[in-house]
Design a protein around this ligand. Structure first.
Ligand SMILES: *Cc1c(COP(=O)(O)O)cnc(C)c1O
Length: 355
């Protein structure tokens, strides 16, 4: 069997949820499991995180799968419904919906009076992606309060800069200016806000995503610095070793040229598995537990690593691409992307097992 394998550690997921609770002790937790639980597998992650007060995702089919698996708590659709025809499905399965636009507000007029829909009214406090303007909010709230089909309303917003210097105060200020904001349950904090701004998670529904999977949302940091444990380890093996002479090159385009005698290990993992193709020579990788670097261009099914000075490295040597012993944040940094993207990009052909 091809030796590429992603191992998911349910105890790490549970541990990371406990870290969320340490930071947000009075909040209810909506564990964010969109994008197949950031690549970890929805069913598996949901089982490990079943202690959370609810789940949040964007895919209706995945929400329905959680319900058919017997999950009874709150399930929130973060982008809401995309057409009015989905509303009866939401009502039938007791799915909660974000309402972020006046089109959605208008569609709610068609709700059955016994729908008992749970709504998270999303206000745009500066992200300028989804959400009602403060003026629309007042109008929508009034309309929704008169709608017999709506059972409950939570006020929600999303932070644009919880992970950087700009912070959240400017958005919190806009939130405080909304009439009646303090009379509604709130949902504000993503991972970065949970870790950095405890005031955003008091008596709220917090929405942690990346930290549940063990990663830091902050540039240059790793999850371990926040007491988190990686939930996914992507590993493979060397399936060949090449001896290069000075001047020899590696892979497509010969992007790496050996200046001296160099041993190259060939790893069964490539961009069709979700490893970033734009990871340059020098991206960190572990061979037999030792830190080394990738060399040359990542190809579809293979990538190459420098094993010069590692005489014990041979076909069969264990390679960790990220996870235990090598934070995915470090690989993401080298590839000029974020851990989120690497985790979500894990390809369907990668075998997944639980540890
Ligand atoms: C994805 C998402 C989150 C989780 O964000 P993390 O940075 O992964 O914690 C929270 N809220 C909304 C609206 C999201 O779309």
């Amino acid at each position: 069997m091809r030796p590429l394998l992603a191992t998911i550690d349910p105890s790490a997921l549970r541990h990371n949820l406990s870290v969320v609770r340490q930071h947000a002790p009075t909040a209810a937790v909506l564990a964010v499991v969109k994008a197949d639980a950031y690549g970890h597998g929805l069913a598996r992650a949901a089982a490990a995180l079943s202690d959370a007060e609810g789940f949040a995702l964007v895919e209706l089919d995945a929400a329905l799968r959680l319900r058919s698996a017997g999950y009874q708590k709150r399930i929130v659709l973060l982008e809401g419904f995309f057409e009015p025809g989905e509303l009866p499905v939401l009502a039938e399965h007791g799915l909660s919906t974000v309402v972020h636009s006046m089109d959605q507000v208008a569609a709610l007029d068609g709700l059955a009076p016994d729908a008992r829909l749970d709504v998270l009214l999303k206000v745009n406090t500066g992200m300028n992606r989804l959400g009602l303007s403060p003026e629309q909010y007042a109008q929508a709230l009034e309309k929704m309060r008169r709608n017999a089909g709506i059972a409950s309303i939570t006020l929600m917003t999303h932070f644009a800069n919880a992970d950087d210097e700009r912070g959240v105060a400017w958005q919190m200020e806009r939130l405080r200016r909304l009439p009646g904001h303090d009379a509604l349950p709130l949902s504000l904090a993503n991972s970065a806000a949970i870790l950095r701004y405890p005031e955003t998670s008091r008596a709220n529904w917090v929405r942690p995503g990346i930290m549940l999977y063990g990663c830091s949302p902050f540039a240059g940091k790793t999850g371990a610095e926040a007491g988190l444990r990686p939930a996914m380890t992507l590993e493979s093996r060397l399936i060949a070793v090449q001896a290069l002479k000075p001047g020899d090159t590696v892979g497509y385009g010969g992007m790496f040229r050996a200046e001296r005698a160099t041993r190259i290990g060939v790893v069964a993992c490539g961009y069709a598995d979700g490893y970033p193709r734009h990871a340059p020579t020098g991206t960190p990788i572990l061979v037999d537990g030792k830190l080394t670097r990738t060399v040359g261009r990542v190809s579809m099914d293979l990538l190459c690593v420098d094993v010069t000075g590692m005489p014990e490295a041979r076909a069969g040597s264990r390679v960790v691409l990220w996870g235990e012993g090598l934070p995915v944040e470090r690989v993401a940094e080298a590839a000029r992307t974020v851990s989120y993207q690497l985790l979500c990009a894990l390809a369907p052909r990668v075998r997944i097992v639980e540890s």
